[in-house]
Design a protein. Structure first.
Length: 365
């Protein structure tokens, strides 16, 4: 073979790449690692099989009382009997079509907004943010269009969880953006006011905010001006979440290169146009993981409303566990509640990953 001739590039051996290669490098790289891997794999299989056997094979699914549960496996009869409470709380049975309509429309809007090729997607989003909440408030609470009034103390379960989470997420984001811009403002008074607000609200736990909003705030109001407990909880959650959202957005603003600001100034753009067209879109794109992480934390923190006497999906589960007719089935209740939270949090996480990859422009490489 001549010196200037080269052998063609050959693919690496099949046992060094892909899943097999990863397992050889990380799980079976030596005798000791191989033994540990086999032992842990065996224990994991035993655990998975026992869980599957308890949750599915020997589980009881049909019935109306605890006598229909064999005790050999999980008693999902308990969840079936309490299903309406888990979903709607103590909402009147004859009016359940209203929260069901809320769930259906919310699912439709979620699909429409998540689907990239939805016609008039911007208008759908504007309707969802500005008009849809008021329509749902009128639907669920009543008092309009001949609907019977259903007081919020009868609301509960997943209904309360979704309402608090949605209001907190939708309202806290724009407030947080304004606070972040205010904290980076060149005007000392505005900057100081935003900084004080953010630091105060970030310095207290959410459970204290809810307690103050529900118990202490009415003491400072005049007689007859007391607001609804759910409204006070929503205000507390929004103000608390906005402070954390402001810091997330501020981190994104600080990550934008100084040249972006200078380029906008060189073009003669006003402050509002500079922020709306150049700076904020880049900052929000950078902070998508942090923003969604804050949303997920807020969704899980909705369970704290139990401290003020409101029963979200976790509160309904805990209340059901104290029923004398169903004592001993707390495991099924907590597993169901955990599954509900996991489905929503995992969905938000996966959507954020998809959105981040879609908006990725390659500047990180």
């Amino acid at each position: 073979m001549k010196k200037h001739e080269f052998l063609p590039d050959l693919p690496p051996p099949a046992n060094t790449v892909g899943v097999i290669g990863w397992m050889r490098r990380n799980l079976f790289s030596g005798p000791f690692n191989s033994i540990i891997t086999i032992l842990l794999g065996y224990l994991a299989l035993i655990a998975i099989w026992n869980i599957f056997d308890w949750a599915f094979l020997n589980a009881d699914w049909v019935g109306t009382t605890r006598d229909d549960c064999s005790r050999a496996g999980a008693c999902w009869v308990f969840i079936n009997v309490r299903w309406e409470q888990f979903m709607y709380g103590f909402y009147p049975h004859e009016e359940l079509w209203r929260p069901r309509l809320f769930y259906i429309t919310l699912a439709i809007f979620t699909v429409l907004l998540a689907y990239e090729k939805t016609p008039k997607r911007l208008w759908v989003w504007l309707f969802f943010v500005n008009i849809y909440p008021f329509l749902m408030i009128g639907l669920l609470y009543g008092g309009v269009f001949g609907l019977e009034v259903v007081d919020t103390h009868k609301w509960g379960g997943l209904l309360v969880t979704l309402i608090i989470a949605l209001v907190g997420i939708i309202v806290s984001l724009p407030i947080g953006i304004v606070l972040a811009l205010g904290r980076r403002s060149e005007m000392p008074i505005i900057r100081s006011m935003c900084t004080v607000y953010i630091e105060i609200w970030r310095g207290v736990p959410l459970i204290t905010v809810l307690f103050m909003a529900s118990v202490m705030l009415p003491l400072f109001l005049s007689e007859g001006s007391e607001t609804d407990k759910l409204v006070r909880a929503l205000i507390g959650v929004v103000m608390f979440s906005a402070a954390y959202m402001a810091e997330v957005v501020r981190g994104g603003l600080q990550a934008i290169p100084k040249g972006q600001y200078e380029a906008a100034d060189a073009l003669g753009l006003t402050y509002s146009k500079k922020m709306a067209l150049i700076v904020l879109p880049q900052a929000l794109k950078i902070t998508i993981p942090s923003i969604v992480n804050t949303f997920i934390g807020l969704f899980k923190d909705t369970s704290l409303v139990l401290i003020i006497g409101m029963f979200d999906v976790l509160g309904i589960g805990q209340a059901a566990n104290t029923d004398p007719e169903w004592l001993g089935f707390a495991t099924e209740s907590y597993i169901f509640v955990a599954l509900v939270f996991w489905v929503f949090c995992f969905g938000m996480s996966r959507y954020s990953i998809w959105l981040e990859n879609k908006l990725h422009t390659g500047h990180k490489r």
